[in-house]
Design a protein around this ligand. Sequence first.
Ligand SMILES: Nc1ncnc2c1ncn2[C@@H]1O[C@H](COP(=O)(O)OP(=O)(O)OP(=O)(O)O)[C@@H](O)[C@H]1O
Length: 242
Amino acid sequence: MAAKALLQVEGVQTYYGNIRALNGVNVSVNEGEIVALIGANGAGKSTLMMTIFGSPRARAGKITFSGTDITEMPTHEIARMRIAQSPEGRRIFPRMTVMENLQMGASLDNMRHFDEDAEKVFTLFPRLKERIAQRGGTLSGGEQQMLSIGRALMARPKLLLLDEPSLGLAPLIVKQIFDAIRELNKTDGLTVFLVEQNAFGALKLANRGYVMVNGNVTLSGSGAELLANPDVRAAYLEGGRH
Ligand SMILES: Nc1ncnc2c1ncn2[C@@H]1O[C@H](COP(=O)(O)OP(=O)(O)OP(=O)(O)O)[C@@H](O)[C@H]1O
């Protein structure tokens, strides 16, 4: 069966004032795939994630989701299309409990299956269940990351955007988080687009990957192809976390 693009990014340019952070980026994510975006600090990876989510806006190019043009859509409408985001730095609500954070992630439409969806999050991340009444800000970094992903899942997304889920976490916790992403993809068919500095882990997890340099996508291929590519190895893998 031919792969169907769920997300299509074509020729996207994004600026901060006069500074162009994305120079005409083309990326696609097919239904049921895990796609990784790797690149050095400042390459534009987070900017691409945020542009897909509507802020900052693309100044040129087109972003399509499920065949609908979302380039000009406000963020809340993009979320209603069932795109959910776990942003860089997690950004959970620190004064709210774990349960309240999950409630914030569920749309009104999804409140009727809240218990079922929360239970799914707890099956995926049992550590969160033990901390239901604890305030988000008092969780460890890894638990906050789990909560950030859990909150995004409460929206029942078709596409999950993850920005640096492994940032600053111990290898064992990174493994738990990557295993959870793999599990969601395998059992629920969830489509995932993730940004990672941990290129080795991300490319092992992903079906396909893109490499971004200075606001341009310079390479793409299957996870295995990129892992074997000498340029990728030299730039992102040698001496890295593997
Ligand atoms: N709010 C902002 N205002 C001005 N410039 C910005 C802003 N956010 C990002 N930039 C610039 O845009 C470029 C791309 O940044 P971006 O954060 O998207 O990179 P990144 O690949 O995600 O890097 P990192 O891995 O460090 O998060 C950089 O040159 C950065 O300095």
